[in-house]
Design a protein around this ligand. Structure first.
Ligand code: HEC
Length: 129
């Protein structure tokens, strides 16, 4: 009994999440380029943030901290020197413990929006400093 209630709540929450994402996507798509950036942020949050966000226990951020040793930002969305082409190549090929992502996971259109989001966010981050 308790179990089925929990399952139902889970389904309702998941459905609500999808509805919110679709609403955000629709709203963003109406004002030109913003839609792509919002979509890129969703792709980033789903596939990259678990390793590349700021803070401790982030394998991507820690590896890049060690690799660059302060020469550039370790957090991906703060890297003003990261070319979008490199983001795309690395996402398809993977590097070290970072897995390659297939087109069934991140489509070419998703990847465009993702690279655009990372580079745009990083550039505005750099400009704000
Ligand atoms: C499982 C953890 C993990 C996930 C998920 C992950 N990465 Fe990484 N990523 C890493 C690690 C670790 C490195 C550093 C590898 C090394 O030692 O050079 C890295 C390196 C990179 C680099 C190279 C940066 C540089 O200057 O060398 C890029 C670009 C990158 N990741 C983008 C992404 C994007 C975009 C996503 C989401 C689609 C993503 N990563 C998902 C762990 C991850």
């Amino acid at each position: 009994m308790t179990r089925s209630i929990v399952t139902m709540r889970g389904t309702a929450v998941a459905a609500l999440g999808v509805a919110c994402m679709l609403a955000a996507w629709g709203a963003g798509a109406q004002d030109g380029g913003r839609g792509d950036l919002m979509h890129g942020e969703q792709v980033y949050t789903q596939w990259c943030a678990a390793c590349h966000a700021a803070g401790p226990n982030m394998p991507g951020t820690q590896a890049l901290e060690a690799k660059y040793n302060g020469a550039t930002a370790a957090v991906l969305v703060e890297r003003a020197d990261l070319p979008p082409e490199l983001v795309k190549v690395i996402v398809r090929s993977g590097v070290s413990v970072m897995p390659p992502f297939r087109k069934t996971e991140i489509s070419d259109a998703d990847l465009e929006a993702l690279a655009d989001y990372i580079v745009t966010t990083a550039r505005s981050h750099g400009a704000a400093q």
